[in-house]
Design a protein around this ligand. Structure first.
Ligand SMILES: Nc1ncnc2c1ncn2[C@@H]1O[C@H](COP(=O)(O)OP(=O)(O)O)[C@@H](O)[C@H]1O
Ligand SMILES: [Mg+2]
Length: 237
């Protein structure tokens, strides 16, 4: 049985419990994705909790590759009050990883939907490709913004106080770990949210018209509000 997932920039075929085939359209290339995996290999070697799927075969001409199927749960799918605690436990490792990718100048798409947890605490990074953005602390920004998006989608499932406490322990934890000023990270968050707004407003997705309307009428205004929260430091960090 082949399950097909049609995504913005790619089609993913879940072939069986052994492997997955991913084919890109015009925007990204398999070549870039493999380069990203190579950078990740270097980074994850220093971490016990992070892993990447094995690549079995790649074909640059037809822009596809075959890689290991990760039998686990995507971090965004398990997001509820009890599972969110896992993020607390993994915080030190995550922050160290974010810091190292910033030091190397690497940018990966570390949105929680690209992180699959296999067994408790083992995180596989899939789909690391992303557009380069002119910010230094890309990983923490993408991850914590991803958590906000997730919270908004699960607003009835997650206790806001609990969510904000964990979110803040990542965001503020990183600020302290790297000895940054809150305003420096907030500026980068603003730049990133502007990009997200741009993507959601102007980019053509191969999704439905309905989806496009939701994106413009609901997500974009919410993102604008979130942007101002960071701009005026309304979180009081
Ligand atoms: N190696 C894999 N193992 C298990 N599931 C996968 C794997 N690769 C992709 N998927 C599933 O397919 C979805 C889309 O794949 P992804 O690589 O994130 O594509 P996109 O670039 O379009 O975001 C993922 O969110 C995940 O659910
Ligand atoms: Mg993805």
């Amino acid at each position: 049985m082949v399950k097909i997932i049609n995504r913005r920039n790619s089609i993913v075929y879940l072939v069986n419990k052994n492997y997955v085939i991913k084919k890109y359209n015009y925007k990204f290339s398999i070549h870039e994705e493999i380069q990203q995996y190579n950078k990740l290999t270097e980074l994850v070697s220093n971490h016990s909790i992070f892993n990447i799927p094995r690549i079995y075969y790649s074909n640059e001409k037809y822009n596809f590759f075959r890689f290991e199927y990760i039998d686990g749960s995507r971090l965004d799918k398990i997001f509820n009050n009890s599972k969110i605690i896992i993020l607390e436990k993994l915080k030190e490792e995550f922050l160290r990883f974010f810091a190292r990718s910033a030091d190397k100048g690497y940018q990966f798409d570390l949105d929680p939907s690209n992180l699959i947890m296999k067994n408790i605490g083992y995180i596989y990074i899939i789909d690391p490709i992303c557009e380069k953005i002119d910010i230094e602390h890309h990983s923490i920004i993408v991850f914590t913004f991803g958590l906000i998006k997730l919270y908004l989608k699960n607003i009835y499932k997650i206790n806001p106080v609990k969510f904000f406490r964990i979110w803040n322990s990542y965001y503020d934890g990183y600020i302290q770990y790297r000895n940054l000023k809150a305003s420096e990270l907030n500026n980068e968050m603003e730049i990133y949210i502007d990009k997200v707004i741009y993507w959601n407003t102007f980019e053509n997705f191969n999704s439905s018209i309905f989806n496009g309307i939701i994106r413009k009428l609901i997500y974009v205004p919410i993102y604008i509000i979130i942007k101002y929260i960071f701009k005026y430091n309304l979180l009081g960090l």
